[in-house]
Design a protein around this ligand. Structure first.
Ligand SMILES: [Fe+2]
Length: 617
């Protein structure tokens, strides 16, 4: 298999576009986010979100921002439609507003030449319509929506709430960085916003960069590092944000350099902290942990204040959140626990990928005059599946040694739990891939959470990530309250809570006694529920460790080929892909050789986004 075949194992080239077919009676709306980071595409048919995927899962370029050609191709194939069957394409941000911000940035005094070059290089065409038409061969209607309107819609329209307050917080969208609004039935209104450059997302990203982690990616690491520290620098970091009345706040731009330089923070931040920035990959010491804790605390404090303000304007019991900052699960949980709202819905793909869904949902409301069907969102298994027939054919063709449990699900479950009890680590690929940043049991690595050695073992086998970062548990929804301080389902792993289990769960319990919990039931993930039930029956533990199926720096595995390559490159003990099982001894030489080519062809870091500065341009 050569490189070009590898890239298109399941997806044929999009060009030339399929011939226009007879218009179907159904209403097909495509949503697109692109050009920033985390490009994605979705298909809403007759008000039902039926497909959604990020471009990175197909291109294998982490956080791919390019026009989601492959993701669109998947959505069309999944919906069994051609370009001509699309009734509307909805684009997730307003390029004219964005261009205005880019020009304003370029006019800043003291801006560096390199920064101007970066802006010029990333300056968007104000007409993505033309790009969409020429790239996709599409001549139908295109609707453009504001970036934060897409975030707000992506959350409220899928929340199941008839009415709710809406808070969106990210790095920056078109101009806005934070918005306050409310939704009622099919109507969403915004009544206040904070504009660039004042941004809670950039505050957190600047500290992420100061701590030597990659911007856009390392924010999770700061959140994971925080429980090891003390908030010794909270007052100092709080001084970077001037919290104003109502929904407003302002960054003290003396400490931030992203407006005019190629870095997120200025030298003055180092002076304030009396410490140089950490060199990436260098040792982490207590100072860094204390800074992480301080930044996390400041973010939580400001968010809590603003959530309280939002409630004073919108005295609802329901809060919807979206935007990249809404992926800070620790802050989310605190907003729910200590804030005035009783219920919280966070869009699972809260970052810009989810903007595709929000834009498509708004287009549907415009056309149909009502909200989406199947609301609230039940699951995010909206990506491609690997067909058993394809799997069996490939296994046979490559002379792999494998077990076939087709039609014998109970035996497959028994086999998998036997291995878990032996301390084995399982690569678990089942059904449709998840949409959004979290693996939720479709492309996951599973293991025994009770094993004190398991965290180190998984890091050694596959993840190669920082030892301080915790792994997450997946638990049967019906039993979750016995083991976690959680009184409601958490199907999207978007909250943290205290571990209260009588069981020792060292592999999934963070240093502060918390865990980032995913709950499952039979309706959302039947096979994973069966697996957990069998583990519970044997051990009294309805919980497994669940982490994403990918090598460090790679997007989550998507296709059968990616799943196999992750299995071969890692030292994971066993692969369970649909009804088939491959143990390490069964890996044919052909796959090992292919894995070498796969690694060599891997996209270079930074190809899609900058890792030293937020891709705000
Ligand atoms: Fe955003």
């Amino acid at each position: 298999m050569n490189d070009s075949q590898r890239r298109d194992v399941h997806y044929k080239p999009l060009s030339p576009p399929p011939a226009r077919l007879k218009k179907s009676k159904t209403l097909n709306i495509i949503g697109i986010s692109a050009g920033y980071h985390d490009a994605a595409c979705c298909l809403i048919r007759d008000g039902v979100l039926i497909s959604a995927a990020q471009e990175e899962r197909f291109s294998r370029v982490k956080n791919d921002k390019s026009l989601p050609r492959r993701a669109l191709r998947y959505c069309l194939e999944d919906g069994a439609i051609a370009i001509g069957d699309i009734d509307c394409i909805a684009y997730y941000e307003n390029p004219t507003l964005k261009l205005g911000r880019q020009i304003w940035m370029g006019m800043q005094p003291n801006i560096s030449d390199r920064r101007i070059d970066m802006i010029a290089g990333r300056m968007m065409s104000p007409t993505p319509q033309a790009t969409i038409r020429s790239s996709f061969g599409y001549d139908g209607p295109i609707e453009i929506f504001e970036h934060h309107a897409s975030h707000a819609a992506s959350s409220f329209y899928l929340s199941g709430f008839e009415e709710a307050a809406i808070l969106t917080v990210d790095g920056v969208g078109d101009w806005a960085t934070t918005t306050y609004g409310f939704g009622k039935n099919a109507q969403i209104e915004r009544f206040e916003q904070v504009d660039f450059p004042h941004s809670l997302g950039f505050f957190y990203s600047a500290i992420t960069a100061y701590l030597g982690f990659e911007v856009n990616e390392g924010e999770y690491k700061v959140m994971g590092l925080a429980p090891y520290g003390k908030p010794l620098y909270a007052n100092k970091l709080r001084s970077l944000i001037d919290v104003w009345p109502e929904g407003q706040y302002r960054l003290n731009m003396d400490y931030f350099a992203f407006l005019t330089q190629e870095t997120m923070f200025s030298e003055k931040l180092c002076e304030l902290m009396d410490h140089p920035a950490r060199v990436p990959e260098s040792q982490l010491d207590q100072f860094h942990m204390d800074v992480a804790k301080s930044a996390q605390l400041v973010l939580e404090q400001v968010l809590l204040e603003k959530v309280s303000y939002l409630h004073s304007r919108v005295p609802s019991e329901n809060l919807c959140m979206a935007g990249g900052v809404a992926l800070n699960v620790v802050a989310n949980s605190r907003c729910l626990r200590e804030g005035p709202f009783k219920r919280l819905f966070v869009q699972p793909a809260a970052g810009d990928a989810g903007g595709a869904v929000g834009a498509a949902a708004m287009a549907y409301v415009q056309i149909a005059g009502k909200r989406l069907e199947k609301n609230p969102l039940q699951h995010v298994y909206l990506g491609p599946r690997n067909l058993p027939s394809d799997i069996e054919r490939l296994l046979n063709a490559s002379n792999a040694a494998f077990l076939n449990f087709s039609g014998k699900e109970s035996e497959l479950i028994q086999y998998a739990i036997d291995r878990v009890q032996e301390g084995k680590v399982i690569a678990w690929s089942q059904g449709r891939m998840e949409f959004g940043p979290r693996s939720l049991g479709a492309r996951s690595i599973l293991a025994d959470p009770r094993d004190p050695e398991m965290r180190d073992r998984i890091n050694a086998l596959v993840k190669m990530r920082e030892a301080f970062r915790p792994f997450a548990p997946v638990v049967l929804e019906s039993q979750a309250h016995k083991h976690f301080d959680l009184d409601h389902p958490s199907p999207f792993m978007l909250e943290t809570c205290t571990v209260i289990s009588d069981l020792a769960l060292p592999a999934i319990t963070h240093v502060d006694g918390s865990a980032r919990v995913q709950t499952v039931n039979h309706s959302t993930n039947r096979r994973l529920s069966l697996l957990l039930e069998e583990f519970d029956r044997r051990t009294g533990c309805p919980i497994l460790l669940n982490t994403s199926l990918n090598m460090r720096g790679d997007p989550i595995a998507c296709t059968l080929y990616d799943v196999l390559m992750c299995f071969v490159q890692s030292q994971i003990d066993i692969l369970v892909v649909e009804d088939f099982v491959i143990e390490r001894a069964g890996i044919p030489t052909l796959w090992s050789l292919e894995a070498l080519k796969y690694q060599a062809a891997k996209a270079k870091p930074g190809e899609s986004i900058s890792h030293s500065i937020y891709t705000l341009l």
